[in-house]
Design a protein around this ligand. Sequence first.
Ligand code: PLP
Ligand code: CA
Length: 294
Amino acid sequence: MPLQNADDLIDSVETFIFDCDGVIWKGDSLIDGVPETLDMLRTKGKRLVFVTNNSTKSRKQYGKKFETLGLSVNEDEIFASSFAAAAYLSSINFPKDKKVYVIGEEGILKELELAGFQYVGGPDDGGKKIELKPGFYMEHDENVGAVVVGFDRYFNYYKVQYGTLCIRENPGCLFIATNRDAVTHLTDAQEWAGGGSMVGALCGSTQQEPLVVGKPSTFMMDYLADKFGITKSQICMVGDRLDTDILFGQNGGCKTLLVLSGVTSLAMLENPNNSIQPDFYTSKISDFLSLKAA
Ligand code: PLP
Ligand code: CA
């Protein structure tokens, strides 16, 4: 239903989890009214947490992005899917003497390094055409115990083959996806293939499904609830996307608010084929400042 009285929603929860792209910013531009809205919520004593499925940056790099946009947000209030991959490996005590093969960009590498994991791969891996001479055999590291796949603008066939060898041939090797977003709005001119496209290539070659650590999986919600000691029914998840953000909130048993400032239009929400319905929807988060009881 449309959000009519924001104060009732604000009073009913202790924590707001905000998705980033489409809610806080669009690409590199801040969405109107965001600083004032976050200030108001902080003044009311609400805990604010920011979650993004974009794995290309680390928490520290996102901290800089918030700062550049004039928002004062602490690094430890930011949960990117790059961080989630490292946090997941820590949560299962992934052995520090094993390696992680990374298909993805710098954010994942930085988070793995901070968590003390050894990795191989990353953006620069492969890149040249593989010349298939008779008998050519690609070696791989048998000490790779996990393959982490995220959005990668340097994606290539070498990476698919290397990741596939690790997953199929190294006993017990984990297959982890930061996220499975089908498309993403890298520019406002069109939709671009998202992290789900790289993950999909590995699903095709391994015939296995990954463990997803970003939205809408429950890993990050459980992690946040545990870290901050929050009861999930006391959380409102605010996002612009139904199959990641709103599902993430619903999977976690939280209240959900869809904002129409990103990828979902009212027509998409009301389409009879859409089965994901948020508790509330509104045009943008700054509506919190104006939507009062009549
Ligand atoms: N993945 C990539 C590569 C992106 O560029 C974006 C948005 O810019 C996303 C995922 C989705 O990010 P968010 O979860 O903040 O909407
Ligand atoms: Ca979003």
